[in-house]
Design a protein around this ligand. Structure first.
Ligand code: ADP
Ligand code: PLP
Length: 295
């Protein structure tokens, strides 16, 4: 058994700038998705190559939003990369707009077979599926999850991928260590190589935990102070920070710790901003900490 401390899933070379295809939506207002992935990964010295899965006026937790579906352009968009010799070191996907977008991600995997595959299976939270996610899209996301080198579900998303029931009265954060280990093992049995199970918060406890495990890898858990509010975009921030640390050559264990610490600190910065509960997570003053990953 390897420990997550010894697992370096990307070997960073001096003076080389890795290229990350970031397959997420772009939100005009309410910081999340590409609005998070681009600055965070850039601060870690990566060249982010966006593949927009949709254009949103704001994140979908606002009462009104406009969306432009980009599914029909994605094939020509990524095919055009083939003609100009684009090189990609990692494919990092998140919020998707339609099941066909999973095929486009598979095309990227085929074109760049050595690229690290990181799947944040953004679909649902606290027992509820996001409004734009159809059952077909959830099924396609579950299939994509099975091919991930790193998969980062919350508990609701893990249950959906595993085909386990999520009920309306199930908040999906309070599970035991043994149950977390069972879910990680089940996701690995489905094909994911390493799984970071996010956001485990037990009733009456003042910490929130993230668990990591995977193929031949001992389970490790990291805890942070639980802050008594929730923000949109923290899932994207957590995963982008995890990815930033991995692409900086840090171990999976260090990456899990870094992502939890950074997201916690960003939530504190966010709480000082007007209308912070709606507008999404703020982290801009902290980006220097991401750059230190390269030190
Ligand atoms: N209230 C909180 N207090 C401290 N950290 C939090 C809190 N909410 C989220 N986080 C951190 O952000 C991570 C991502 O959480 P979350 O936004 O719930 O993900 P998702 O959107 O994928 O469900 C958590 O695993 C945790 O590390
Ligand atoms: C359009 C869009 N993208 C991405 C997200 C993901 O946000 P989070 O990081 O909170 O999972 C959301 C959630 O509200 C969203 O509406």
């Amino acid at each position: 058994m390897t420990s997550a401390n010894d697992l370096h899933l990307y070997e960073r070379r001096d003076d080389y700038i890795p290229r990350v295809a970031a397959v997420h939506d772009l939100c005009g207002y309410g910081k999340c998705s590409l609005g998070v992935a681009i600055p965070v990964l850039s601060a870690a010295g990566c060249d982010v190559c966006p593949v927009p899965t949709g254009l949103f006026s704001s994140h979908t937790a606002f009462p009104g939003w406009y969306m432009h579906d980009t599914t029909s352009i994605m094939e020509d968009y990524t095919n055009a990369w083939k003609g100009i010799g684009v090189e990609i070191d990692a494919v990092y996907s998140g919020f998707l707009g339609a099941p066909e977008q999973v095929d486009r991600i598979r095309d990227l995997y085929e074109t760049y077979p050595n690229a690290l595959r990181v799947v944040d299976p953004v679909m649902a939270d606290h027992g509820k599926v996001y409004p734009t996610y159809t059952p077909e899209l959830c099924d396609a996301m579950a299939e994509l999850a099975a091919g991930a080198d790193i998969l980062t579900p919350n508990l609701t998303e893990a249950a959906i991928i595993l085909g386990e029931p999520i009920g309306d009265d199930w908040c999906g954060t309070d599970i035991s260590d043994a149950e977390a280990a069972r879910m990680i093992d089940a996701l690995v049995a489905k094909g994911a190589k390493h799984v970071v199970l996010k956001g485990i918060q037990r009733e009456g406890e003042s910490v929130i935990r993230n668990f990591v495990g995977g193929v031949d890898c001992d389970m490790f858990k990291a805890a942070n102070e639980y802050l008594p509010y929730m923000l949109h975009g923290t899932g994207d921030l957590y995963c982008s920070c995890l990815m930033a640390a991995v692409m900086a050559g840090r171990s999976l264990r260090d990456a899990v710790v870094f992502a939890g610490d950074f997201t916690h600190d960003a939530m504190i910065v966010s709480a000082k901003q007007p209308d912070f509960k709606n507008r999404g997570v703020s982290f801009e003053p902290l980006l220097g900490k991401v750059a230190q990953l390269l030190g």
